[in-house]
Design a protein around this ligand. Structure first.
Ligand SMILES: C[S@@+](CC[C@H](N)C(=O)[O-])C[C@H]1O[C@@H](n2cnc3c(N)ncnc32)[C@H](O)[C@@H]1O
Length: 289
């Protein structure tokens, strides 16, 4: 007979994973999801038309580039060091910031993404042609599209490192990667909600990121609203924390950021292309007091 000679343990006293262990297991499961991430497919899914259609003002990428351009040229965001958290295989997010900061640090959890970035930095080879992106940002800056070559050169000259990062660690970067007082600005796009198992882990990751930022520094955060999954490769559904604006603002507050601006983009129907179930995109400008 099962349990013969053994004392029956009440359900509430049976060994349960402790809260911290539970969280760690969930975070580990998210890390494991990224084993099959394919940068080439990811770029194709998200960074080609209709999502990156520079002839359409309602396309996602022009909206993101415009938000970033405005934030980096309003005059209050500046300093020496800009860190991009969870760069992935993309460069669009630092195309405006590279004109304002003397040093840009790119970061990602996956080596395959860091290699993709390093290839472009070294000789311009990439799985995606970034020229239309560079041209669009030049136009936003009031320059001729043909200045895109100068912008590419500027970007290459200011990126000092492409580093491994894990936002679930209290210290996401290796010590010494950024000045001890912290970076002057952090930018992060579509990272935290797509690497966290739940809202609590998302909020904790925001707090970990804050340790990389100096007091008075700025956080520029772009991310998905209402998304439950995205494709990290053909057939690889990566779970996402389906955020709404209220949760986002609460997480920022809890992590000690002062919200300066929140803009929302609602996805036009034809931008739903079967690679995720995102309904909108947020842009946040916040400050670490
Ligand atoms: C949805 S992609 C976003 C990429 C890019 N920033 C963009 O705007 O398209 C999420 C990125 O987070 C990275 N990532 C996965 N786990 C991570 C972790 N624990 N810490 C930091 N980044 C992580 C992935 O490798 C991937 O590049």
């Amino acid at each position: 007979m099962a349990g013969e000679g053994k004392e029956e343990v009440p359900v509430e006293l049976r060994e349960q994973p402790r809260r911290g262990e539970d969280n760690e297991a969930a975070v580990d499961a998210m890390r494991a999801c990224y084993r099959g991430f394919d940068p080439v497919a990811y770029l194709q899914f998200n960074y080609t038309p209709p999502r990156a259609d520079f002839q359409r003002a309602d396309s996602i990428v022009p909206w993101k580039l415009t938000c970033l351009h405005r934030a980096f040229t309003e005059g209050d965001v500046g300093g020496e060091v800009l860190v991009d958290v969870g760069s992935g295989p993309t460069l669009y997010q630092v195309m405006s910031g590279c004109e304002v900061f003397g040093r840009v640090v790119l970061t990602d959890f996956l080596e395959v993404n860091r290699r993709e970035l390093q290839r472009w930095l070294k000789d311009g080879t990439s799985s995606l042609d970034w020229t239309p992106y560079l041209e669009y940002v030049c136009k936003l800056e009031g320059r001729r599209p043909s200045a895109s070559g100068e912008k590419a050169a500027r970007l290459r000259s200011v990126v000092s490192d492409v580093l491994p990062i894990d936002v679930h660690r209290q210290c996401p970067l290796t010590p010494g990667a950024v000045p001890t007082c912290g970076a002057d600005c952090l930018v992060s796009c579509f990272c935290l909600e797509s690497v966290s198992p739940n809202l609590a882990a998302f909020t904790r990751a925001l707090g970990h990121m804050s340790s990389l930022l100096r007091p008075g520094g700025h956080l520029l955060l772009i991310g998905a609203l209402g998304e439950s999954y995205y494709l990290g490769a053909p057939g690889l559904r990566i779970p996402v924390v389906p955020l709404d604006e209220v949760q986002l603002c609460a997480s920022l507050r809890e992590s000690g950021y002062q919200l300066l601006q929140l803009s929302i983009y609602t996805l036009p129907a034809d931008m739903s292309v079967g690679v995720d179930d995102v309904t909108g995109v947020f842009f946040v400008k916040a400050r670490k007091p």
